[in-house]
Design a binder for this molecule. Structure first.
Ligand code: XMP
Length: 489
């Protein structure tokens, strides 16, 4: 049994956390560090995931995270219909070929077309007849400016009828050439008169070279899921439909080391095609159990998510006395992964307060990190910007907080039936602006940490040394002994 990572963190059963340790400086040969990582077959240019929480990740955050090279896990505190819509939006946001093209009947009015575009958040519709044959295209630019015309206009009078289209097997370069030559932005793929897809100029531009994408150039989509196959056939059908747009499901429970959840996930894996990250767990034994005793579909089981009670909005440990701080849990599970399946990815979830906590997670075996705290204050998170005592803020709440539970879809995230015990709190975080500058800061902290530690890749980070810091050392590690509340820039 390996205890390499665990020995780095705990002496006897001290449950160490981020502030308890520091990475020790290592010999640096180069500043050229690679922060890309893998989760199953998926590559990420940044090893950072936004949490599946309803004040953190909906489609806007998931799209931005994936564009920047990470991943956003869509929350599940809403109906299957809303989950489906969010997943579709992620998949549609950027793809070389859009398969699920929005269409409209040739006899529709301009008002109907305008409303549909607004509802779906898209800028064009392919026009089809009663036999589903393509007849033209209508884009936002074709919509008349005056209200009268919008109200009374017929779509057929405003659409472009002479369609320029492209064949199914065409390359990205051929598509770009046709778009440029004809000064158009949308190119339907048509076969025998029927629509087979749509290529758009915006999706061909390599504006986001680090984006996390699937084989067709669409953004990767991840969604939280309850570890239980729904009972009704209606719910099953909806979930099956969602599965078409999802690449990775993340089981979403505070603690996954439970027979019921394990059996539930096995049923889900049989029923759904997408891959799975399972969690959260927090010990070597938990990981050993998942890796050796459960007989999960080995192609679909691609990652384990760890940490319990460390999140900034968590109160599970306070309420129940049970927890596994993220650094401790990561080291524990990393050893089990090393012993039983070194290809399995490990996601360290929650408890990150400062950018410097991120390299610490990699030093004890994480492949990616997940945070809600870093991202809930961003422009892209759900919810409004409020002002409190002159400061701009956004709400951040635990999924076990009373207000999140009142929405009604996450009752099985904690111990089922325990409605009276909130295991999370609701509060505010400072509004921090756009996600890209937050990601930039986190990336820089990680890269500089790797340089100081002498590591050149995430894999390499597993070899760096760490030490336990005394209380006095923790105090010294932060700015200290300065005049309070006075900053000099
Ligand atoms: P941070 O530290 O980023 O943690 O705020 C986010 C992670 O915390 C978990 N989570 C909760 N845990 N009660 C808990 O005990 C809650 O109400 C709660 N809500 C979220 C979750 O794993 C998330 O990624």
């Amino acid at each position: 049994m390996s205890d390499y990572f665990r020995n780095k963190v705990h002496h006897k059963e001290i449950v160490a956390t981020f502030d308890d340790v520091l990475i020790l400086p290592g010999f640096t040969k180069t500043y050229d560090v690679d922060i890309s990582t893998k989760l199953g077959k998926y590559k990420f240019n940044i090893p950072i995931i936004s949490a599946a929480m309803d004040t953190v990740t909906e489609d806007e955050m998931a799209i931005r995270m994936a564009l920047l090279g990470g991943l956003g896990v869509l929350h599940r505190n809403c109906s299957y219909d809303k989950q489906l819509k969010m997943c579709k939006n992620v998949k549609r946001a950027r793809s070389f070929v859009i398969r699920d093209v929005a269409t409209i009947d040739i006899n529709a009015s301009i008002l109907e077309a305008k409303t549909l575009m607004e509802q779906e958040g898209i800028s064009g519709l392919v026009v089809i007849d009663s036999e589903n044959k393509v007849k033209g295209i209508l884009t936002k630019r074709d919509i008349p400016f005056t209200e009268d015309r919008v109200k009374s206009g017929k779509l057929i009078d405003y659409m472009t009828k002479d369609l320029i289209s492209i064949e199914r097997e065409s390359s990205r370069e051929e598509a770009l050439e046709i778009l440029y030559k004809n000064r158009i932005e949308k190119l339907p793929i048509i076969e025998n008169g029927y629509l087979k897809g749509l290529i758009t100029k915006k999706d061909l531009k390599p504006e986001f070279p680090y984006a996390s994408i699937d084989k067709e150039g669409r953004l990767l989509c991840a969604l939280a899921i309850s570890p239980k196959l729904p009972e009704s056939s209606e719910a099953k059908n909806k979930l099956k439909n969602i599965d078409e747009y999802v690449d990775i499901f993340f089981t979403d429970v505070a603690e996954f080391y439970k027979e019921k959840d394990i059996l539930g996930v096995k049923e889900l894996m049989n029923f759904l095609d997408s891959d799975f990250v399972l969690g959260n767990i927090g010990t070597y034994e938990g990981a050993e159990h998942l890796l050796t005793k459960c007989d999960f579909d080995s192609d679909k089981f691609i990652g384990i998510k760890v940490g319990m009670g460390s999140g900034s909005i968590c109160s599970t440990s306070i309420q129940t006395g049970v927890g596994a701080p993220t650094l401790y849990a990561t080291a524990e599970v990393a050893d089990a992964i090393q012993d039983y399946n070194p290809k399995m990815s490990l996601i360290a979830d929650g408890g990150f307060k400062n950018p410097g906590d991120i390299p610490k997670a990699f030093s004890v075996g994480a492949s990616l990190i997940m945070s809600g705290h870093f991202f809930a204050g961003c422009t892209e998170s759900p919810g409004y910007i409020d002002t409190i005592q002159g400061r701009k803020v956004k709400v951040y709440r635990g999924m076990g907080s009373q207000n999140a539970r009142d929405i009604g879809f996450v009752s099985d995230r904690y111990v089922e039936g325990s409605k009276l015990l909130p295991e999370g709190v609701s509060s505010y975080l400072p509004f921090v602006g756009g996600l890209s500058s937050v990601i930039q800061t986190l990336k820089q902290g990680l890269k500089n940490g790797m340089i100081y530690a002498g590591a050149t890749s995430i894999e390499n980070m597993k070899n760096v040394k760490i030490g336990i810091v005394s209380y006095a050392g923790q105090r010294e590690a932060r700015p200290h002994d300065l005049l309070d509340n006075i900053s000099y820039y």
